[in-house]
Design a protein around this ligand. Sequence first.
Ligand code: ADP
Ligand code: MG
Length: 470
Amino acid sequence: MSSDDGARLWVAARNSVKAEIGEAAWGRWIDPLIFRGVGANVARFDAPTSFAADWVRRHYAGEIAEALNEAGARCERLLVSAAPPCGTDGAADASGRRVGAAAAARSPSRSAAKPLMAGEADALSSAPLDPTCTFDEFVVGRPNELAHAAARRVAEDDQVVYNPVFLHGGVGLGKTHLMSAISWRIAERTPARKVLYLSAEQFMYRFIQAIRRDNTIDFKEKFRSVDVLMVDDVQFLAGKNSTQEEFFHTFNALIDAGKQIVISGDRAPGDMEHLEERVKSRLQWGLVVDIHPTDYELRLGILQSKAEAALAKAPEVSFDEKVLPFLAHRISSNVRVLEGALTRLFAFATLVGREITLDMAQECLADLLRASDRKVTIEEIMRRVSEHYNLRLSDMKSARRARAVARPRQIAMYLAKTLTSKSLPDIGRNFGGRDHTTVMHAIKRVESLTDTDSQIAEDVELLRRMLEGG
Ligand code: ADP
Ligand code: MG
């Protein structure tokens, strides 16, 4: 296309934009634009100031692109630079209204949209937080201690020390819980500090709403007026370019103003594939802490704390303590699943009036437990049994014959026979090269002990259930 053609296009397009947005806005924002041409589906403009460039991008990109297309150009997006000279603004993505509207039509988050409708009047109300998700309710263990300490620091310290704080970890490991805890703690300790908590999807939704209503300036200013901004599940920003852009600007403005930012994501910033490089690198400036998958100790701690709370509410329920270690072993996925298991047990116990025992748990949680079912190995049996009896793994293979060692070893052999398809000689080899007759003897011994010694019977049963689920 020749530059004459381009100029003619713009003359036509300008007029239809004028009809569309009205003479006053047109005179203020569109008329001063200098048209630089269309190429590779991008229309380029210079605006007199960076503010004007920003304003045009945010408010009129859709109209302008549409008008250009109607006039016969191929324009998918605008590049509006502040001129002269061509500042860094020029690099900014100018997708603006059109992208926003398209993204909204695709409805990136129907579920997020619904609760927000109610809060639309105040574009900046925090998303609702669970009142039980406080620091008091958060059980600290090795996998989450760093994240917990960082969150505490944010809540207890008026000085911004680490910025941003980026918490990442798999689903159900307590990211949202920690963010709520920060929020509640600040509300309690320094209520004047303004905290805003949002999911990334809500952030996106509000941003798109603001574009639609032409009040992005307002939107930005409100964001920039908070003291602590928390954006949850930032991985959902990935890919939405104009939102990433806005997020990035808001983020920079807040950091520059010394405001605290806390972000969560399902993985480390560097691993977020669809996030723009500069957003990634900016996210890594502060403190990045990961929440590791729960270990047995932490799961048990969490179960104990939640069971206590449940028992306080339903004191009539009788509860066998052994259920907790059993669940902590058998359910190794996220904390939400653990909680769900306990909730179900208590519901069942109160509704049907049954005691919560190992049997009852196994029956009631069959689906959950089955989900974690897998093949048991001899190595694992030796490990679990030695853990259970506080022995070293090597004791399972050693020649030591003291009863404190020999008995558990026999139990392990018995479990190897009943839980795996290994032959007696195979099992013998695994247990330090013992003869198959030794294994046979061990099995017989344990069988008779489980009839006469209730402690051993119980141990065997517990170990068996744990091993069957992994
Ligand atoms: P995420 O946001 O990481 O997916 P959540 O914070 O929503 O996970 O946690 C899932 C559930 O598990 C919530 O009900 C939360 O209260 C609970 N939870 C997670 N970690 C802990 C913990 N360390 N102590 C107590 N409850 C926890
Ligand atoms: Mg969460």
